[in-house]
Design a protein around this ligand. Structure first.
Ligand code: TRP
Ligand code: SF4
Length: 400
């Protein structure tokens, strides 16, 4: 049976906050019930911008993995690993670099954007330019077809699709492809062969996307095919060569603009965050001291929730009744700001409680986390090695 494979990575930037939870992790937790999932720590990607701070990496990595587990990412459902423990990513990155036009990298929008945003850093490095290509290798080495990312990362997935296409175009052409593809069709078996040919014709003559997907499903369902034959059949649907690397799709995570303590988007660089496992007193204090509508100088001054960052948190955390209570109480000066903040404090603490509990086990026994990662690396390695064997062979690097 064909299972969609989901893969996503996160740079280890230190303790995660509620913005990461609402924007990314909650989605990962949901996906792990629906797909085969691979989630990894992109520690090499951290070095592309923070090559001068190696001392911070290791702790950031372990903290982040604990945050994932705390948020409910389940190692029994999802494979968790660390990028740098899989040298296959680096090998594929190198091999893909041979066919990557410099202009493609220079045109990726994040390249110039980030250089401008991080102007205090010298990002005129080879590694930084290659950031999207390393990301492509991360994805392609697992032949992942779905990549959950935020809007800003969509150009990187597009870039990955172009690289995969270029690779297949250059290296998917083998002598006698047509004959080999036809032989592979026979191996599908009578009914399947016929269906495959029909779907392929429909796709080629009418560009019918559904036919394309259905033809791919036919191949996925066939148990008896060698990897080479599968690649031939995948490629043959669309044209003239093997499909060695498969083109992934971006799975756009619904933009969740988690407000921070000051009403701007929650972000470490704005210093307005609540971390995932922050202790209760600190959370209460941060929310109690949040700014409110400046018009409410005194308790008796009416206010306007639209001008208050606390209201934005109510929109994330409160139900209709509480929201109506805030609207009425604020505008009529019927409630005080501290009173108004209490339901938010309660809701954040309630959200964090299970996270703190789950983390406790891992903080007490750090070998648990190491074992989860070791298991994940092993599982990832099996897939990555299989892809690399195919890639090396296609590129003429198979010496035995
Ligand atoms: N560039 C991604 C980010 O900044 C992190 C990342 C690295 C990634 N490799 C990946 C995401 C592969 C998805 C797939 O968020
Ligand atoms: Fe903000 Fe609530 Fe105070 Fe109104 S009552 S200003 S919404 S904190």
């Amino acid at each position: 049976m064909f299972v969609d494979r989901v893969l996503s990575g996160m740079r280890p930037t230190g303790s995660l906050h509620l913005g990461h939870y609402h924007g990314v992790l909650k989605n990962w937790v949901k996906l792990q019930h629906e797909y085969e999932c691979f989630f990894f720590v992109a520690d090499w990607h951290a070095l592309t911008t923070h090559y001068d701070a190696p001392e911070a990496i290791e702790q950031n990595v372990w903290d982040m993995v604990v945050d994932w587990l705390a948020a409910g990412v389940d190692p029994a459902r999802a494979t968790l690993f660390i990028q740098s423990q899989l040298p296959e990513h680096a090998e594929l990155h190198l091999l893909l670099s041979m066919i990557t036009p410099l202009g493609w990298l220079e045109r990726v929008p994040t390249y110039k954007d980030q250089q401008e945003k991080l102007a205090e850093k010298d990002l005129s490095t080879y590694g930084f330019l290659g950031y999207p290509l390393l990301q492509s290798a991360d994805i392609l080495v697992y032949r992942a077809n779905l990549v959950p990312v935020g809007e800003d990362q969509v150009p990187h997935i597009e870039f990955t699709r172009e690289i995969a296409r270029r690779f297949n175009h250059i290296y998917g052409r083998e002598p006698g492809f047509q004959e080999k593809a036809e032989a592979a069709i026979k191996k599908l078996g009578g009914k399947r062969s016929k269906l495959y040919v029909e779907l392929r014709t429909r796709y080629q003559e009418q560009g019918d996307q559904e036919a394309l997907e259905a033809a791919r499903a036919v191949i996925e369902e066939a148990q008896n095919l060698s990897i080479g034959d599968r690649e031939r059949l995948f490629g043959y649907i669309e044209g003239g060569g093997k499909m060695i690397l498969s083109e992934p799709k971006a799975m756009l995570t619904e933009a969740s603009r988690m407000p921070g303590l000051d009403g701007q988007k929650m972000s470490k660089s704005y210093n307005n965050t609540i971390t995932l496992r922050e202790d209760e007193d600190s959370v209460s204090k941060k929310i109690r001291t949040m700014p409110t509508d400046p018009a409410r100088m005194r308790r008796t001054d009416p206010g306007d929730p639209e001008k208050c960052p606390v209201w934005q948190l109510h929109q994330v955390y409160s139900g209709d009744d509480t929201r109506a209570w805030v609207q009425k109480g604020c505008r009529s000066a019927g409630i005080g700001c501290l009173e108004c903040k209490q339901p938010v404090i309660d809701a954040v603490l309630a959200e964090q409680r299970p996270m703190r509990e789950r983390a406790e086990v891992y903080l007490r026994d750090t070998t648990l986390v190491r074992n989860i990662i070791a298991d994940g690396c092993e599982k990832a390695r099996d897939l990555a090695q299989e892809t690399m064997r195919e890639v090396r062979q296609a590129m003429g690097l198979q010496y035995s």
